[in-house]
Ligand binder design. Structure first.
Ligand code: ADP
Ligand code: ZN
Ligand code: ZN
Length: 678
């Protein structure tokens, strides 16, 4: 009989691996590190990853349980994959099993192996490429060519920032760099794999189409949360077995097993959706850079408005800066950005007369317009003038939002909803009024102003059904829509062909936000949404596309930078401010959050946490209630810790979390490293 002890990482809140006994027939080969194993855990059977083989264990023999099965039919996960997970667990202060296991497809972790065996059999016949004729490859302009060459020729770990204005043809650079690299490393036995990360696949199906059309002979798979379990399993396996040559995925794809990974591309690297906001709160962008470094391969971070972190690395020379200053399509030019002073041109129903004329002009010319307003619903609040009643959520520090089409008041934070009251619940006044404007209200106003126009709204409410967002965008692309109204969902990535006007309804609130990143985000959003206009050649003698921003603060420097399309200057100014104020990226932060029925419980825990350890080189701020203190009847508080040294912060966090884990409290707490929402 062959026997050994396996150390297995399981998805539990406990920060250690578990020992199990494995017994095999005489002469059987031992399990391998990186293989999956099914084990009993409590009353359940769960799957975990074998991280080590041992000869002995400290678990008493009568407590030691047997491994139920080892998934020997599946090639083990590589050492580099295990090391990536170990790094993430260590850096984000989470249990190893929690990093490794939940990201594996459910069908891989199931007790029964029917799905796995079936999928393996299917893949045994090798994943088919698509036999279409390859799409015509555009000839790159000089700047694109230089960028693509620089990426493909990168030796070892070579990070680049592809800094290109909207419409400069970054996608084309990715595709041709990828093609060059695949040509260099295409030969058997280990043909190269390429990982392309995007913020959202469902909103931008264009890219997937482009990739498939460009590489018709190659297996291209997607990895994102919208996949059905069966698809997820085959796609994941295709990546793991090295058959998928291009993997196109959202943030979760950064933890995929890719044994022959040779290039990582991160499109729109500044996008907040690369940050996971619960559980393992990782930054896919940061892990991607680590992974490229670990493997000694090139990585490209592309954006028209890079994150300040990335920008700083490019300025300091750590990342190579590849610039595309012009739009790729001949005669397509960046739109002219203008501000409409709302103090002078008083809006009716939220829209200024200047914007109305501009919309009218587009309708006459048969061109499309886009109105951007980052607030869904009809009105953010309703109120009673007579007694001052206001539609507060009873469970959150937030207002209930009016959703007029369904006649509901809805809390966007806890999901509570009820019917719109006919009269003020406090004084009975029947004249209760919506205050402020969301996308539904703008849609209503526009329908009144332009009854003949074809208007559509795209936001989280209008696109609840699966596939409905894609269908809505398709109508815009087909030219069946004159005016599109939407939230940030419409701002990203779309290559609209006939859009010549972008109106921004009310961006001012972000100027005065407490969140120090609000300015950076607003700037990126405005540049992105502005980038939807004027993407095709301007007609002869035609006027350039326009972006009209309605504001009460036309003097604000942020808007001046947007008007000048001047990210460089804006970023440099912001970086200088951040340095002065000792904010990231000049300082490293971690945030401890605590939630409880009563605020005091959380604050007490944080108070203890603030004082429980000596902390030279670390600044521990005061525990404070979060700005939106109450959500779904739970009070939330936070404690920010900072250090000028990342290693010092990491060392502190390691000791700290041990103490915190051993602390009894009724508060639910979590630690986030490199928080983005403070
Ligand atoms: P970005 O991602 O930088 O905003 P895209 O990759 O969407 O820009 O490209 C914008 C448009 O330019 C697309 O329609 C694309 O097909 C076109 N394009 C890109 N490169 C070239 C080129 N070298 N010649 C002609 N058109 C190009
Ligand atoms: Zn009232
Ligand atoms: Zn609520």
């Amino acid at each position: 009989m062959e026997q050994c002890i396996l150390q297995i990482a399981l998805d539990t809140p406990l920060d250690f691996c578990f020992d199990y006994r494995w017994t095999g027939a005489p002469g059987a080969s031992l399990p391998l590190v990186g293989q999956l194993a099914l084990v009993p855990f409590g009353r359940r059977e769960v799957a975990g990853v074998i991280v080590a083989l041992a000869e002995k264990t400290e678990v008493p023999l009568d407590k030691l349980k047997d491994v139920l099965a080892v998934r020997a039919q599946l090639a083990p996960l590589s050492d580099t994959w295990l090391a990536l997970c170990a790094f993430a667990a260590d850096y984000y202060q989470r249990p190893l099993g929690e990093v490794m296991v939940p990201g594996l497809p459910k069908n891989l972790r199931a007790s029964k192996t029917t799905s796995l065996d079936r999928a393996l059999k299917k893949l045994g016949k090798a994943l088919p490429g698509h036999d279409a004729t390859p799409a015509a490859v555009p000839i790159l302009n000089a700047a694109q060519q230089a960028a693509a060459d620089a990426i493909a020729d990168g030796v070892g770990f070579s990070p680049s920032l592809l800094y290109g204005v909207t419409g400069s043809g970054k996608t084309e650079v990715y595709l041709q760099a990828a093609a060059q690299l695949l040509a260099q490393h295409g030969a058997q036995p280990n043909p190269a794999q390429i990982l392309i990360l995007v913020p959202e696949i469902n909103l931008t199906p264009q890219l997937e189409g482009n990739v498939r059309a460009r590489f018709p002979g190659l297996a291209v798979v997607t990895l994102h949360s919208g996949l059905a379990e069966g698809e997820r399993l085959t796609h994941w396996l295709a990546a793991h077995l090295g058959q998928a040559r291009i993997v196109l995925g959202t943030r979760l794809a950064i933890l995929a097993s890719l044994p022959h990974l040779r290039l990582i591309i991160i499109d729109e690297e500044h996008d907040p959706s690369y940050k996971q906001q619960e559980g393992l709160r990782y930054s896919a962008r940061d892990l991607a850079v680590w992974r490229a470094h670990q493997l000694g391969i090139p990585i490209v971070l592309g954006s028209a408005t890079p994150s300040l972190e990335t920008w700083q690395h490019a300025q300091s020379g750590r990342y190579r800066k590849l610039e595309l200053r012009e739009r790729a399509v001949k005669d397509a030019v960046l739109p002219t950005v203008r501000l409409i002073d709302m103090e002078r041109d008083k809006p009716t129903e939220g829209i200024t007369s200047f914007l109305i004329s501009a919309l009218k002009l587009r309708l006459e010319r048969g061109e499309q317009s886009l109105l951007f307003l980052n607030r869904r619903g009809y009105a953010p609040v309703i109120a009673c003038d007579a007694c001052g009643w206001i539609s507060n959520c009873t469970r959150c520090t937030a207002f209930m939002v009016l959703h007029k089409p369904d006649r509901r008041l809805r809390c966007h934070h806890c999901g509570l909803e009820h019917r719109v009251p006919r009269a003020c619940p406090t004084c009975g006044n029947i004249d209760i009024q919506p205050l402020g404007r969301g996308t539904q209200r703008i849609e209503e106003s526009l329908t009144n102003i332009f009854p003949e126009a074809r208007i559509t709204r795209i936001d989280a409410d209008s696109t609840r059904r699966k596939g409905s967002a894609q269908a809505a965008f398709a109508t815009v692309h087909r030219g069946e829509i004159d005016i599109l109204i939407g939230t940030q969902m419409v701002a990203k990535g779309h290559d609209f062909q006939n859009l010549t006007l972008v109106g921004v309804i009310n961006p001012d609130t972000a100027l005065f936000s407490q969140d120090y990143r609000a300015g950076e985000r607003l700037f990126a959003q405005l540049m992105q949404v502005a980038g939807r206009a004027g993407r095709v050649a301007r007609k002869e003698g035609g006027s350039p596309s326009e972006v009209l921003i309605q504001t009460r603060y036309p003097q604000h420097p942020l808007y001046a930078a947007v008007m000048a399309h001047d990210y460089d200057r804006f970023a440099s100014a912001l970086l200088a401010e951040r340095q002065q104020a000792a904010l990231p990226p000049f300082i490293y932060q971690a945030l401890l959050r605590a939630e409880a029925k009563e605020l005091k419980t959380g604050l007490d825990f944080l108070q203890f946490a603030a004082t429980c350890l000596a902390h030279p080189g670390i600044t521990i701020n005061d525990p404070i209630p979060m700005t939106m203190t109450r959500v779904a009847n739970v009070d939330r508080a936070q404690l920010l810790v900072e250090s000028a040294s990342r290693p010092a912060l990491q060392a502190f966090l390691k000791r700290w979390i041990m103490v915190l884990r051993a602390t009894k409290t009724r508060a639910r707490w979590s630690l986030e490293v490199d928080p983005v929402d403070i």
